[in-house]
Design a protein around this ligand. Structure first.
Ligand SMILES: [Zn+2]
Length: 407
């Protein structure tokens, strides 16, 4: 299961006053966050909580630094009501993307603003090497920001826990196949940890911070180490029953094609992925291990890179029209750990997209476009996961969530 909250057990919603209190706090926080700033009366009206309950919750949230007073709103006669807004400095979340050779770390404040972003090289991503490193980074950020940490979103390439498909292939992380990563990282750090596959986190990042901010139905083909698909449906990520929706990397696009470590032949990932590109370059005797190497090759219009762009576009075009026919998105984005210039060239090379339900004469968005959040997109999405896990009201809150956060 790609999406795991640490030790999640769903429990029935009963008359548990503590649970209702947590829930109502989330409801209030969410409604204030959405509206920017609100007075108590207005919050009561929007949440259908009693004025007394709202007054108590607002007081609590203010004393916890999660809400702050932002002055009074002038409104006709009488004493204007005090307005409250989410306190950006009240809490932070951390998003970490674990890739094969580096990790991207993003810190968001409670208002969803990016407070820091960095890309650090990682030599060894096996659990025994990575976990201490993870804890070290979390401690460093905690010391640096001194704000309440709501939780940590972690992305790693999926799929997870698929019989016959785990721990194989160069595009999954070695050693994590059978491990409950959320539980392991949560225990090690003492924080709420949510694990998501990279493509789904990326599409959440694009929805919140990038080209998807005003689009409620779109999908994103994501270049991680492999290739994945993130789907936003009606404004929220579509995960499927087991969190593995969008695993397009192992769809066969070339029958009797190259042998894939997953056991099939001709999977998309073997032709259109960062790994495929690096393989092709390596076969031509070119070592391109860094992002900047790819940028240099592109700037020099290298023939091997050029040929790969054409090949990748040939395999991605039918995939795009298939996605359009199945999902009917407003647009399909292409993004991830690939230089923008290369993604732009792949999109240009896809000019002959097959006819699909998206072949309308009048379109407000192109059928395919590049995502805007670049290399940080998955980490941004990861950092947003605990924010929404904790701030937005949900009925299926697990006991672990409550134990781990003090909201
Ligand atoms: Zn495969």
């Amino acid at each position: 299961m790609a999406r795991q909250t640490s030790g999640t057990h769903q429990i029935a919603i009963g008359k548990n006053p503590e649970r209702s209190r947590h829930h109502n706090r989330r409801v209030v926080l969410d409604v204030v966050r959405i509206h920017g700033s609100l007075g108590r009366m207005h919050i009561a009206k929007l949440t259908q909580l009693t004025a007394q309950a709202v007054a108590n919750i607002v007081d609590e949230l203010v004393s916890d630094n999660l809400l702050m007073e932002v002055g009074r709103l002038r409104s006709g006669r009488g004493q204007p009501p005090i307005q409250f807004a989410v306190n950006p400095d009240g809490a932070i979340t951390i998003g970490i993307e674990i890739a094969a050779d580096h990790m991207v770390i993003v810190v968001l404040d409670l208002a969803g603003q990016v407070r820091s972003r960095e890309i650090v090289p990682v030599k060894n991503t096996t659990p025994e090497h990575f976990v201490p490193r993870f804890v070290g980074e979390v401690d460093r950020i905690r010391t640096l920001f001194k704000a309440k940490l709501l939780g940590i979103g972690v992305v790693m390439p999926g799929p997870f826990e698929i019989d016959g498909m785990t721990s194989v292939g160069p595009t999954t992380l070695p050693g994590w196949g059978t491990i409950d990563a959320a539980e392991m990282l949560s225990e090690a750090s003492g924080e709420l940890v949510i694990v998501e596959n990279d493509a789904t986190a990326a599409v959440v990042g694009e929805r919140l911070f990038g080209a998807g901010q005003t689009i409620s139905d779109f999908c994103m083909i994501y270049f991680g180490a492999g290739i994945g698909l993130g789907v936003i449906h009606e404004g929220t990520p579509f995960r499927g029953a087991f969190g593995n929706a969008g695993e397009i990397g192992h769809i066969v696009v070339a029958p009797r094609g190259k042998q894939c470590p997953c056991g099939q032949s001709g999977c998309l990932e073997l032709y259109a992925s960062l790994h495929a590109l690096k393989e092709k370059l390596r076969e031509a005797g070119i070592a391109a291990s860094e992002f900047s190497d790819l940028e240099t090759l592109h700037a020099g219009n290298h023939p091997v890179l050029r040929a790969w762009i054409g090949e990748a576009a040939d395999y991605l075009s039918p995939m795009v029209s298939m996605l359009e026919n199945i999902l009917d998105p407003e647009t399909v984005m292409l993004g991830g750990a690939m230089p923008d210039a290369i993604i732009d060239d792949i999109i240009s090379a896809m000019h002959n997209l097959p006819v699909s339900v998206a072949s309308r004469r009048v379109r407000s968005l192109p059928r395919v476009q590049r995502g805007q959040t670049g290399q940080l997109t998955a980490a941004l999405g990861a950092a947003a996961l605990p924010l929404f896990e904790v701030v937005t009201p949900k009925l299926d809150t697990s006991p672990t969530d409550i134990a781990h956060n003090t909201l």
